[in-house]
Design a protein. Structure first.
Length: 327
C-alpha cells in the first residue's frame, strides 16, 4: 500500500487520483476532513482507509507492506501565525514519519516549498547541502517550518546517519489546478479569479512598487498540479535517492499573463486593473521566482513541464467551467 498524507488537500488529492486512475487502489489517505468540504476532493476515489493524522503513529506501529509514504500533509498557509501549531503539524509530524520510514526502510517523499527561499536573494538553486541551506532566510512561519525540516534531513545525511532508502524533498513553486476550492485565501490566483471573471467582473492585481517592473509584471514560476504529481510519483517509485529538488515549470511568468490566459480560455475580454499593494506586504513581496530544474533533470526525470497557456486552458475548460469542478 501507499500512504498519502494531506490526502484530502490540493496536491495530496491529485496524487491519490493519479494512483487510482493508474490502477493502484491500495491507497491509505491520512488527513483531517474538517468542515470545509475537503471530502469532495476524495469523493471519486477508492481508499483502503482514512486515518486522522493524530492516529497515524499508532496505525503505523508494527505495520508492514507499506511501499512508500508520500507526505503532503501540512499547514500550508503563508499567513499562519501560531508557531506552536505549525511546528507540531509541519515539523514534528514530519520528523515522526521520517523516523518511521528510516526504521522500516520505507521510501519517503515529502513536500518542501519554494517559500524556503525567502526573498530570493540567494537564488533558487536546490542545493541540498547543509551549508547552502543555512544561507536561506524564509519570510514566513510556513516557509521556516519547511526549511527547518530540510535542514534536519541535510544534517542527518552529512553526519552519516541512516535515512530511508529514498528520502526526497520537493520544493514546490506556485502550483495551480483542480481541488483547491477548500483553501480559501490560499487558493491559486487563477482559481480565485475565475468566479468573479465569469460574472463579468474586473480582476485586480497588485501594482508594482519596484522601479523597472511594470504593474502586473511581477514574475512567478506557475506549475500545473499534474506536473507536480508526476514528479512526486516518479520519485516514490524510483527507488534509492536522497535529495532535495525544485518542482516548477522552470519559466517565470507575469501575473498579468496568467490572468490574461484565464480570460482567453473563458473566451472573454481581458479585464484587469491594478491596485495598491498593502503596505505590510511590500517588504516581504517576491517579485521573481523561477525554479532551476537542473538537479531534477540530472536525477533522470525527463517529463515535460506544462506550458502556462496549456495548463490554464486545461484547468478552465476541464474543471472550472464544468458542473463538477473536482478531479
Amino acid at each position: 500500500m501507499i500512504i498519502v498524507t494531506g490526502a484530502a488537500g490540493f496536491i495530496g488529492s491529485n496524487i491519490v487520483a493519479e494512483l487510482n486512475e493508474g490502477g493502484d487502489r491500495d491507497v491509505v489517505a491520512c488527513d483531517w476532513l474538517g468542515a470545509e468540504g475537503k471530502w469532495l476532493n476524495l469523493r471519486k476515489r477508492i481508499l483502503r482507509d482514512v486515518v486522522p493524522p493524530e492516529e497515524l503513529p499508532s496505525w503505523l506501529s508494527g505495520r508492514k507492506g507499506v511501499r512508500a509514504i508520500i507526505h503532503m500533509g501540512a499547514n500550508s498557509s503563508t499567513f499562519a501565525a501560531n508557531g506552536d501549531e505549525v511546528m507540531r503539524t509541519n515539523f514534528r509530524a514530519s520528523l515522526s514519519l521520517l523516523d518511521w520510514c528510516t526504521k522500516t526502510e520505507t521510501p519517503f517523499v515529502y513536500a518542501s516549498s519554494a517559500a524556503t527561499y525567502g526573498d530570493g536573494e540567494q537564488g533558487f538553486d536546490d542545493d541540498p547541502s547543509l551549508a547552502a541551506l543555512a544561507k536561506l532566510a524564509p519570510l514566513n512561519l510556513y516557509g521556516w517550518s519547511k526549511h527547518l525540516f530540510d535542514l534536519e534531513v541535510a544534517n542527518r545525511r552529512e553526519r552519516g546517519e541512516k535515512l530511508p532508502p529514498a528520502c526526497v524533498g520537493l520544493k514546490f513553486f506556485n502550483v495551480y489546478g483542480p481541488n483547491e476550492h477548500h483553501k480559501g485565501a490560499m487558493m491559486s490566483v487563477v482559481n480565485k479569479s475565475y468566479a468573479p471573471a465569469s460574472r463579468g467582473e474586473t480582476i485586480r492585481l497588485f501594482k508594482s512598487h519596484r522601479e523597472g517592473i511594470e504593474d502586473g509584471a511581477q514574475l512567478r514560476d506557475f506549475v500545473y498540479v499534474r506536473d507536480v504529481v508526476d514528479v512526486a510519483l516518479w520519485f516514490a517509485r524510483r527507488g534509492a535517492d536522497v535529495g532535495l529538488y525544485n518542482v516548477g515549470s522552470g519559466k517565470a511568468r507575469a501575473f498579468r499573463d496568467l490572468i490574461g490566459t484565464m480570460f482567453d480560455a473563458m473566451g472573454r475580454e481581458r479585464k484587469i486593473e491594478y491596485v495598491e499593494m498593502p503596505v505590510e506586504l511590500r517588504d516581504k513581496y517576491q517579485y521573481f521566482t523561477q525554479a532551476s530544474l537542473n538537479r531534477l533533470r540530472a536525477a533522470g526525470y525527463n517529463g515535460a513541464m506544462t506550458e502556462l497557456e496549456d495548463g490554464v486552458h486545461h484547468f478552465v475548460r476541464t474543471y472550472l467551467s464544468q458542473p463538477d469542478i473536482y478531479r
